[in-house]
Structure formats: C-alpha cells, structure tokens
Design a protein. Structure first.
Length: 302
C-alpha cells in the first residue's frame, strides 16, 4: 500500500479538488454505462406502455356455481411479455451497477497508476465500518485521499437513516437478477362498483355483499383475482367488466415496489452519485454546508 490516507475531518484535502472529466483525464466508460442503462429503462417503459395500450386487459364478473357470489376473472387475451420486460430491467440494473465499478477502476488507474491487486478493484457498498476497512485494505488505501473520501461518503454505514438506499438496493437487485426473474405483474381495481350487476333472487334478502381480493397469485388470463360474496342466492342482471390498472412490480425485502417510478428514481440518484464521485462535493457557501444526503427508496404501491 502506498500509505495514502484520507484527510482529517473538516480539513481541506487540497487547494484545487481533482475533477474527473470523461475523455480528458478519465475514462468515458462510467457515463457510457449509465447512458446505456437509461436506454434499457426507456425501452422497458415503452414496451410496457405499448402493451398496455394495445392489450384489452379486463376483469370479468362471473357468477359462481353456487349462485352466492361473483368471481372477478382476469382476461388477458394477448398474454403478458413479462420475460421481455425482465430482461430490459436486468440490463438496466446491471449497467447502472457497472457504472460504479467503472468509476472505481478508473480511480485505481488514475494518472497511469497500477493497482497491486487489480482483481480486488470493485466499487464497494459497505453496510458497516468493518467492511469498509476491508475494502480499504484490499485496494482503496492505494488511491488518492480525495478519491477515498468520495467513495467513503457513498457508503450506507456513513449515515444512519435506517431506510433503503438506492446503491444498496441496486447492488442486491443486480445480484438477484443474475439468478432469477424478479418481476411480478398485478392488477389494481381500486374499487368495485356493484350497482346494476346482480340482484338477489329473494328481493327481501338483507345480506350485505363483501369483496375479497386474493393475494400471492400470478396475474394471468383466467386467474380469479377476487370474489364478491353476496351472502345469498343472486342472479346476474347486467354485464360487469372492469378495466384494472396494471402494475409491474418487484418484491424487495418483503415490500412491493412499482418498477417504473423506482427506475426513474434510480436514474436520478445514480447520476447524482456519479457526479459527486467525479467532481467531489460542491464548495459550501455562507448559507449551507457541503454535504450529501442519499435518497431513500420506499414502496410505491398503494
């Protein structure tokens, strides 16, 4: 190790911060990877939008055999190209994650430096101080102190918000995508209007209908999404066809996340992180301090 160590807290690292510029003193690969990720994000959004506009997805009310309820049955005549969307999602996640590895590689080779252990050079995402120290020992301790500090402020252990962070989630999802499909598709009916769809065979029935929506089912053509329990014998008097809102989601740490807004947030936050890694934090003025607060990711489903 060269003995490069981060500057003491609250001390300037140097008079003129190093600014990494694509194609001038630094590789263009990080930005190329980030741009390619955005291409995959746009492709997934476009494909989903086209499918949603052209596929007449609906939910049909079907009288149950016992005539005491109505099943809400999904009708998806064209099928759901979930595998194709999953591939675009995986490519987007991989390219976003790779952009940070490319930054780490560039820092390790800045000014024609040659890392002593090049196989160890990856962008660290450390949940605790112990893992950070291991990363410093592995390769980070060899690079310029300014780069060490920029890498350090990105680490989840440096803040104690307790929420999900984009970089941690991105890293985990990239690993998951290598082993299995991570997308799910669901239908959100918001509310079910029962008026005019059925009537009780006995007009004196005082039963109160209730709606039961099923969970942990795969949305597909012919799948029963829920049941309207009437509480007594009924007959259908009108056709009831609902147009649901289709959601593409993934499950992360037991929470459902809508993929489209999640990816939009990933694109914004990773761009912000890359800019800080390349140029450092902005100099503070008299009214604010130079600090970086990570965006947190929360479930987007209702």
């Amino acid at each position: 190790m060269s003995g490069n160590a981060p500057a003491e807290d609250n001390q300037p690292l140097f008079a003129r911060p190093i600014r990494l510029v694509d194609g001038v003193n630094f590789s263009t690969w990080p930005d190329l990877k980030w741009s390619r990720a955005n291409t995959h994000i746009a492709a997934m959004q476009s494909k989903f939008g086209e499918w949603h506009a052209s596929a007449p997805v609906s939910v049909e009310a079907v009288l149950r055999d016992d005539r005491q309820g109505i099943d809400l049955v999904a009708r998806v005549p064209r099928g759901i190209p979930k595998h194709e969307w999953s591939l675009d999602l995986g490519d987007a996640l991989h390219n976003l994650r790779s952009a940070f590895d490319a930054v780490a590689w560039g820092m390790a080779h800045f000014n024609d430096a040659q890392p002593t252990r090049p196989k160890n050079v990856t962008f660290p995402i450390c949940e605790d101080e112990k893992r950070w120290k291991e990363a410093v020992k592995a390769w980070i301790g060899d690079i310029h102190p300014a780069f060490q500090e920029r890498l350090r402020i990105m680490q989840p252990f440096t803040y104690a918000s307790g929420g999900l962070t984009v970089l941690s989630m991105l890293h985990d999802l990239d690993i998951q995508d290598k082993h299995r499909e991570i997308l799910t598709v669901s239908a959100d009916l918001h509310s079910v209007n029962l008026s005019g769809s059925f009537e009780y065979e006995n007009h004196d029935t005082a039963a109160m209908p209730r709606v039961e929506m099923y969970s942990d089912i795969k949305f597909a053509d012919g799948v029963v999404l829920g049941t309207i329990h009437a509480g007594a014998h009924i007959r259908m008097v009108g056709e009831m066809i609902l147009r649901p809102e289709i959601k593409v989601q993934l499950i992360y740490e037991s929470a459902a996340h809508d993929v489209v807004p999640m990816l939009q947030q990933f694109a914004v936050e990773t761009r912000r992180c890359l800019d800080i890694l390349m140029s450092g934090l902005a100099e503070p003025d008299e009214s604010e301090e130079a600090e970086w607060t990570p965006m947190e990711v929360g479930p987007h489903s209702a």
